[in-house]
Design a protein around this ligand. Sequence first.
Ligand SMILES: Cc1cc2nc3c(=O)[nH]c(=O)nc-3n(C[C@H](O)[C@H](O)[C@H](O)COP(=O)(O)OP(=O)(O)OC[C@H]3O[C@@H](n4cnc5c(N)ncnc54)[C@H](O)[C@@H]3O)c2cc1C
Length: 420
Amino acid sequence: MKRYALLVIGSGPAGVSAARGYLDAGGPGPVCLVSSDGDAPYERPPLSKEVLAGQSAPQGDPIDGEPLPETVELRLATTVSHVDPGERTVTAGEEVLGYDQLVVATGARPLPLPAVDADADVHMLRSLDDARRLTQAAEHARTALVIGSGFIGCEAAASLAARGIDTTMVTVEAAPQRERLGEHAAAAITDWLTGVGVTVRTGASVTAVRAPRIVHLDVDGAAGTLSPDLVLVAIGVEPGAGFLAGSGLQVYEGRLVADEHLQAAPGVWAAGDSARAMHAVAGRALAVEHWGDALAMGELAGLNAAEPDRPGAWSDVPGFWSTIGEHTLKYSAWGDGHARAEVDARPGRFTIWYGDESDRLVGVLAYNADDDYERGEALIAQGADLAAARAGAQPPTGSGLGAGADEAAEESDGEVGREG
Ligand SMILES: Cc1cc2nc3c(=O)[nH]c(=O)nc-3n(C[C@H](O)[C@H](O)[C@H](O)COP(=O)(O)OP(=O)(O)OC[C@H]3O[C@@H](n4cnc5c(N)ncnc54)[C@H](O)[C@@H]3O)c2cc1C
């Protein structure tokens, strides 16, 4: 049996930056990265934006512009089906591999739509291979239907419309992203989508898809049917650590449970979309599904795997950027809900401040308002209240919620690089 000093499962941003972080910290080899994906690690965010819009080819840009270090053995198209944390082994394809330190970064996969014929021609978008098939279909499509109004659905609908495809989006929500971001953001997103020609049908649920692409809908109680040339299902994701159930590791709703050092068990670390980790500043377990956070968590897991006796804590405030057509939203938030939202709307820009039941700031959404986004991120880290954020307060120094708060605020100072 081959044994590795570090074994990483997953070739997304969390897995790749875990391997890089581990090597940067001087961790010993050999290092192996195993992934179900058949392509070398690539940037995922462009797939729903410029790639789907036809502005760049689906060639797979390396993560952060760099290939993996040559010392990392890359085993592609290989799925890990079992982990034995007692023996420190994994079953990868047909082979059993040993590890001293393991990073689980298995991400997430798109949720399938129920009631779809097995031979129906529907697309989902997660991998580069998905993007190749989708863009190929888009080249021949005159009409497209996007099912779901999350960020992937909104970005994809705008991109398909930018190709000149007559695009419809259907969503069960009363407006795109209304539940997550509130009324104002939902109205802005609707305007951006309709502005590029997307037809947005709200309160609409898909009841069945019959082969090849006959989509049955229920719109506010009335039945309807659409037969587009292309169907994209984007109704959310399912975290990818479910396969660890029964391994002795703790799994919650498909995510590997970890402490604030991202440690799930001795020698086992969790990062990215498949992790549910205690957050040092929030003081509670969080699950985040963002590119920049996967990079940051992966790096921390790699550093901690290299130096397990001096582990660092997860303290960054989670967040992401999303680009819908020409419009970029920047969001920073704990991500587990809000009780109220206060809107500061000015010509050409807006900021939404989100508060919890005690009026503590838990999130900020900024459009053309980078100053608020950066300030908000630091204020969230420091536990400021909603009124302070609204009044334009600058983040105080030397106070905070806990050990990681000041560090998180310092790190966030001037940082705007969450875009993928
Ligand atoms: C089209 C698209 C656009 C996006 N745009 C943005 C954006 O603009 N901003 C943003 O913040 N976020 C964006 N996201 C979300 C972001 O890509 C994810 O949050 C991020 O990729 C999560 O990284 P990860 O490393 O945790 O998991 P992933 O990137 O999902 O990687 C997981 C890896 O694990 C592999 N794997 C899974 N199970 C196994 C197994 N059992 N054995 C071996 N390998 C396995 C998978 O093949 C994959 O390589 C986008 C996502 C998509 C799909």
